[in-house]
Design a protein around this ligand. Structure first.
Ligand code: 2HG
Ligand code: ZN
Length: 462
């Protein structure tokens, strides 16, 4: 049920939007708005003025024109799987949900590409691509809910970045609506197009602050039918890094993920899973190889040559691979079931990652002896997910300590989740004043009235 007729007409903007997209697609009832007003972590969110769900690009344009005329701020939202509070309202904004723009086009097999609506889920696009013998280069655990528009807007990463790059690298074109309701469109899917500023590249990672992405032309990669996954037990982080470096030359290497005994124990208890290996190891490396022909032998030979590997399990069939991946992919839900974590998604130079891991745990316990620090991540990209349970969700000292340490180690305060509102305070730790001034100038050019996702990505001036 949408907002009642009385509620819709009480707010002139709601009435105007209802006339544009249909009353059923304007939500004013607090119960109906609720799921759009809190993010996945339960750490970020606030009340919206209303939620609007347009069904076409023209409707998105009309919604943005109406909001601009009313001076109403807009927070674009995809599958609401973001982890930095960038896709949820803070203080009475209009939530513009793209979920109804979920059309998945037909695969252009020759061009290895597909045009999809911003609201199409990654899983839906994967399914269509795979039926045509192709695949999407990016994969992530939230594939059933994460939408392609949101993935582009946040430049999502995931588990295959070391092979195919992040979401920005999969974008051959976008269609997007600017704050004034005008539409920019480059969906021709040209492999090379060197004609001035690259708008799709700029919108990738802009987190809804520059424009609202409505359609995307996604690059597809060959579907690799033969896969092998190995879960390796190692004595420590430095050993895991040495094993990764030894496996890196394998052309079939598609994923290299790191996790630790404490995170694995949490996942096992939450998901009721047995132990992956006979003995427990302090750290684990999960690697996946994918190729046209079975990569098991090549992976096995490379692993056997690594003196740091204490034990390992290998799976080649789909269910065995899934079983091993579950230990890694279910970390996020297992942590969330234990509390509301501070999530700090960071990058470290590989040469300093082990030192950071050793130091960050100590720092957090010093700060709060009750803190539990669960670490895991995409080690091939130097990307660690530092999850801290215990301290209150609004205790910024945790974020401050971790992000300052990251800056000290020469890393980045956001590896793949973005800045949103979660990292605003710390942007200047790893971006220079000149960088931030240039970003502000871009924002001013695209959205002079500051109506698109205000308060996200760029800290207030001064
Ligand atoms: C992952 O790699 C996601 O599974 C989520 O980026 C990370 O929960 C997290 O901190
Ligand atoms: Zn991740």
């Amino acid at each position: 049920m949408a907002g009642t007729a009385a509620e819709v007409t009480e707010d002139p903007l709601a009435a105007r939007l209802a006339a544009t997209v249909g009353e059923a697609h304007v939500l004013t009832d607090p119960d109906l708005r609720a799921q759009y007003e809190i993010d996945w972590t339960r750490r970020f969110g606030g009340p919206s003025r209303l939620v609007v769900l347009p069904g076409t690009t023209d409707e998105v344009a009309a919604v943005l024109r109406a909001c601009a005329e009313a001076g109403a701020a807009v927070v674009p939202q995809g599958g609401n799987t973001g982890l930095v509070g960038g896709g949820v309202p803070r203080d009475g904004e209009v939530v513009l949900s793209l979920r109804r723009l979920d059309e998945v086009g037909t695969v252009d097999e020759l061009g290895a590409q597909i045009v999809v609506g911003a609201g199409a889920t990654l899983a839906a696009v994967q399914q269509t691509a795979r039926a045509a013998g192709l695949d999407v280069g990016v994969d992530l655990a939230s594939r059933d809910s994460a939408t392609v528009g949101g993935m582009v807007a946040t430049n999502a990463g995931g588990t295959h970045v070391l092979r195919y790059g992040g979401m920005r690298g999969q974008v051959l074109g976008v269609e997007a609506v600017l704050a004034d309701g005008s539409v920019v469109s480059r969906l021709g899917g040209l492999g090379k197009d060197n004609t001035g500023y690259d708008l799709p590249g700029l919108l990738a990672g802009s987190e809804g602050t520059l424009a609202v992405i409505t359609r995307v032309c996604v690059r597809l990669v060959p579907l690799l039918p033969a896969r092998a996954v190995a879960l390796l037990g190692v004595p420590d982080t430095a050993a895991a890094l040495r094993v990764f470096a030894a496996l890196r030359p394998l052309p079939s290497l598609s994923a290299a993920e790191l996790m630790y005994a404490d995170g694995l124990a949490l996942v096992r208890a939450h998901a009721d899973l047995g132990p992956p290996l006979e003995d427990e190891w302090p750290a684990y490396l999960l690697v996946e190889c994918a190729a046209g022909t079975d990569p098991t032998e090549e992976l096995g030979a490379a692993v056997i040559a690594c003196p740091d590997v204490g034990d390992g399990a290998v799976a080649t069939d789909a269910s065995g691979r899934e079983r091993l991946w579950a230990y890694r992919e279910r970390h996020t839900e297992a942590i969330s079931a234990a509390g509301v974590p501070h999530k700090l998604d960071v990058t470290l130079p590989l040469s300093r990652l082990a030192g950071f891991v050793d130091e960050v745990r100590g720092r957090l316990v010093e700060l709060d002896p009750g803190a539990t620090c669960v670490l895991f991540g995409h080690v091939g990209d130097g990307n660690l997910h530092v999850n801290v349970l215990g301290p209150a969700p609004d205790d910024d000292r945790v974020d401050d300590a971790v992000l300052r340490l990251v800056a000290h180690y020469g890393g980045s305060i956001s590896s793949e989740h973005g800045i949103g509102v979660a990292k605003l305070r710390w942007l200047a730790l790893t971006r220079s004043p000149e960088d931030i001034a240039a970003m502000r100038a871009v924002k001013q050019a695209f959205d002079p009235d500051g109506l698109l996702n205000p308060g996200a990505v760029l800290p207030p001036p001064g």
